[in-house]
Write a protein that binds this ligand. Structure first.
Ligand code: 13P
Length: 250
């Protein structure tokens, strides 16, 4: 039985004061939640937010990480630095990293392997553009990103990988994939992991949906057999909009 995993990606929003305030209000409300819950503040907020979380089941995530461990990489943040401030999970391969910062599957794969080597959990984001969807290539694109992102990742390491299917055209646009369309891609992604690893590995894999997920659509998305969680952007920035998604089954 897979455990639902609801994650908030705060992206480049919130000052330290605002992030701490939001984290505190989530800590108060998320106590006996049956799901895994994660928040991913930006780098400057990680340390302060980590100090709010002890004793809470809420996990601390980072939104990105350098592909190298240490050294002359101006502006980058190392896996060692993330671990130092208590980060447990890192989001890698987000479409904004791929499209705005030209991160390739090779770079993302380097980051995935480095994070796993250091014991972090990884949320590997994949997803097609509108053009690719309209050309009937959504599954092909997603499966290629999964295969490349997981290159040389062992089956043991895979147990610390979550895949987030985020159709690029649904991110921040208010357009959500229909539960059926998302389910189709999730099922194909799971089958792909089964092919690359083993049936059991595929069965245990958590696959989140991301892209304009909100309180109004979370329940029907989460009702799909292969949708195991959500990676939420805009709606994760306020407790009033994030908590109903965390509590989608209440
Ligand atoms: P929105 O929920 O704002 O569409 O963002 C989704 C996302 O990119 C989460 O990583």
């Amino acid at each position: 039985m897979r455990k639902s995993f609801i994650a908030g990606n705060w992206k480049m929003n919130l000052t330290v004061t605002q992030a701490v305030e939001l984290a505190k209000s989530l800590v108060k409300s998320v106590k006996d939640c049956p799901h895994r819950v994660l928040i991913a503040p930006n780098f400057t907020c990680l340390d302060a937010v980590s100090k709010v979380l002890p004793g809470s089941p809420i996990l601390l995530g980072a939104q990105n990480m350098a592909f190298a461990e240490t050294g002359a990489y101006t502006g980058e943040t190392s896996v060692l630095m993330l671990k130092d401030v208590g980060v447990q999970v890192v989001i890698l391969g987000h479409s904004e990293r791929r499209s705005i910062y030209n991160e390739t599957d090779e770079i993302i794969n380097k980051k995935v392997k480095l994070a796993l080597t250091h014991g972090l959990e990884v949320i590997l984001c994949v997803g097609e553009t509108l053009e690719e969807r309209e050309a009937g290539r959504a599954i092909e694109v997603v499966n290629a990103q999964i295969e490349a992102g997981l290159k040389d990742v062992t089956a043991e390491e895979l147990s610390r990988v979550v895949i987030a299917y985020e159709p690029v055209w649904a991110i921040g646009t208010g357009k959500t994939a229909t539960p059926q369309d998302a389910q189709e891609v999730h099922a194909a992604a799971r089958a792909k992991v089964g092919e690359l690893y083993c049936p059991k590995c595929a069965e245990n894999l958590i696959i989140q949906y991301g892209g304009s997920m909100n309180a109004g659509n979370a329940k029907e998305l989460m009702a799909m057999p292969d949708i195991d969680g959500g990676l939420i952007g805009g709606a994760s920035l306020k407790a009033e909009t994030f908590l109903p998604i965390v509590n989608y089954d209440k």
